[in-house]
Structure formats: structure tokens, C-alpha cells
Design a protein around this ligand. Sequence first.
Ligand SMILES: NC(=O)c1ccc[n+]([C@@H]2O[C@H](COP(=O)([O-])OP(=O)(O)OC[C@H]3O[C@@H](n4cnc5c(N)ncnc54)[C@H](O)[C@@H]3O)[C@@H](O)[C@H]2O)c1
Length: 377
Amino acid sequence: MSGLRVAIVGTGFMGAVHARSAAVNGARLVGVIGSTPLKGRAAAQRFGAERGFDSLEEALRHGVDVVHVCTPNATHARFARTALAAGVPVVCEKPLATDMGTAAELASLAADRDLATAVPFVYRYYASVREARARLARPGHRAPWLLHGSYLQDWLASPEATDWRVDAADGGATRAFGDIGVHWCDLAEFVTGQRITRIDARFARAFATRPGPDGAARPVATEDGAVVLLETDAGAVGSLVVSQASAGYKNALTFSFDGPDSSYAFRQEQPESLWIGGRDAHEVLVRDPGRGGAPVGRSAALPAGHPQGYYECFADFVADAHAAVRGEAVDGMPDFDAGLRAACIAEAVVASARDGGWVEVPTAADGHRVPAPVAVQ
Ligand SMILES: NC(=O)c1ccc[n+]([C@@H]2O[C@H](COP(=O)([O-])OP(=O)(O)OC[C@H]3O[C@@H](n4cnc5c(N)ncnc54)[C@H](O)[C@@H]3O)[C@@H](O)[C@H]2O)c1
């Protein structure tokens, strides 16, 4: 049980998910900060927190052990910086920042102060994902050479649909890729252990306008979808299709990582099983903590046939994040370096979509200083 004093910034979808996950882990929900004091107090009641705070600064003066940042993308850096500067660990929603330089600055700040950090690349917490990763890491397993998949949604598949994410000032220069494509890339690197080195991306829009905050139609500057070709440091090639305007697809994150020995396929909407393709026969492994050889994952709390879903994964992620805050070592928890990595990949995707052609993904190998993306001749 965590026992940590938690403050949550942000009162929407993810604020509620973080609050629930913190409570499940025995944390003390000390308070909530909203976009106005009134919203913070109302959400505190809704989330079962002790009180609303008027600002993050007030919460930090009150005393908290960890801050969870669950606000629109462009505000993440300000809240994360404030908490870290006060010596408080941070769980910050993705994207860590809307540009690579700021993400690097935050990762450096946390590292310099030796503060625990986390970024919810939550799909790492499915048992099937962990199983694929463990199998690919076995000695002698030949590496996948073809990485492919997609992440498709339809919640923006109407010209009337809109959100703060549509406006680059709130969401960042990339919307569909920055919002969901980064999850896929995180999984590709986490599961295969390979690093994406080069990107060739194209952006597309389903609608030229969407309603602005006043309801009037406004030109849309961010992408509804992206097609991304990629290469990795192990010589693999890959392709990813991302969309938030594909009718009928709700949260369809799928990958297949294919090699000469085996191919590993995962579907987020049917996460209990992992398909393993073989040359002579296929296997479908079903999560079962009670049976040796079946995927178990980070948490063995639920018996087979009681599906592990997004909420369970999120609670396991927060358990790991809070363990890190207490100074414990945790395997496979996405931290600010993972957030920085995603920001580097997003920067290359944006540069390629803007300028055309292949772009090198900047690396954070040189401390946390990251060079600008370089177009490949
Ligand atoms: N890891 C995941 O699986 C996952 C899933 C969905 C969203 N997210 C991320 O979570 C973040 C929040 O997304 P959401 O879907 O909850 O959005 P949302 O619109 O549902 O909620 C955002 C909340 O932030 C509040 N807010 C806005 N400005 C604020 C400010 N200055 N101070 C305090 N509160 C403020 C809004 O009032 C709103 O309640 C985004 O960065 C998004 O990328 C992550």
C-alpha cells in the first residue's frame, strides 16, 4: 500500500483515472487542483479527496509526497517544473512536454535532484505485452525485423467533434501522433528493445475546420491521422498508421513484431491473449496467473477469465510509480526518460511531416541534451 500523500492537477478523464488508481493503491488523496478553485473543490468531492487547492503552490505548501499532472498537454511542463523545483516527485501525463527541449529540461531537472518520475505509457502493463517482451529477450531469440501496426480511434470522426487537443497551442504541434502514436512507439521500443532511429511521416486531416471554443468553425492545423515509416537501430523496418477519425475504431491499438522465429501480435481491445505466429503452428497464449507458461504480467491479482483491463493496468502503473517514489527499484516503469524519448520521436515525426523525407530521431544519449532533428539527404 502506497500511503503517499497525493495531489492531482486536472479534473477530467485522466484526473479521475489517476485518483482512482492512487486510492486503489492506498494513497492518501490530499487534494485536487482544477482550472478554477471551484472546479478543484468539486472534483475533490467527486474523487474522494480531502480538499480542493486553489493552486499547485498551495498544495506543495500543505505538504504532498507526489504530484500527478493530468491537464492539457501545454500545461504539463509548468506544473512538473513547479513540483520538481519544490523537491517533489511527479507523475506526469504524456506528452511530458509539447517540445523536445522542454522534455529534456524536465528530465534533467528530475535527474539532477534525484527525484522519482513517471509517465503513464500504461499499455506496458498488459500481461500480453510483458510476455512478448520477455520472450523476445530470451537468449538466442532472433530479433524481429518487421514492426507494424496501428492505433485507430473515431472520437473525432465528425466535423462537429472538437477538443482542446485540436488547437496546437494546447495540444502541441502533433495531435493524433502526439496523443496516441507515441503509445505505439513506446510499446515498439519497450517490447523489442530496439530504438527507432529514422522516421518518414505524413500527416492528413479528415476535416479542414472544426468548431472553436465559441462554436464557430475554425481551420484545423493539427493532423487527424498519420502514416509513419520507421527504421530501428537493429536494422528493422516498420510502419504505423494512426487516426482519431476512423469510423468504428474505438481504441484499436494493435502491433505485430515479426521475426524469422516468431511473430508477436497484440490487440489492446482483446488484451487477454497474445498471438504468437510460428512457421508450422500458431499459439494463442491466454493470461493465467494460475498456470505456468501463461502470460502473468506485472500484477497477478486477477485469475484467468476475469479480464485485466485499462483500470487494472493503470493501478499497476501507479503502484510502480509510487514504489519508485519510496525509493524502490521497479522494472519496466516508464519515467521521464521515456517521456523524453517520446518527445524526441514526436519531434522527428513533425519535422518529417512538415519537410518531407526521412528524419533522424534525435537521441538523449548525450546527457539530456538533445540535438535538433536532422533531415537525411
Ligand atoms: N496515459 C493515457 O492513457 C492517457 C489517456 C488519455 C489522456 N491522457 C493525457 O492526459 C492529459 C489530460 O487528458 P484528459 O483526457 O484527462 O483531458 P480532459 O479534457 O478530460 O481533462 C483535462 C482537465 O484539465 C483541466 N485543466 C485545464 N487547464 C488547467 C489548469 N491550468 N490547471 C488545472 N487544471 C486544468 C480541465 O478543466 C480538465 O478538467 C492529456 O495530457 C492527455 O494526453 C493520457
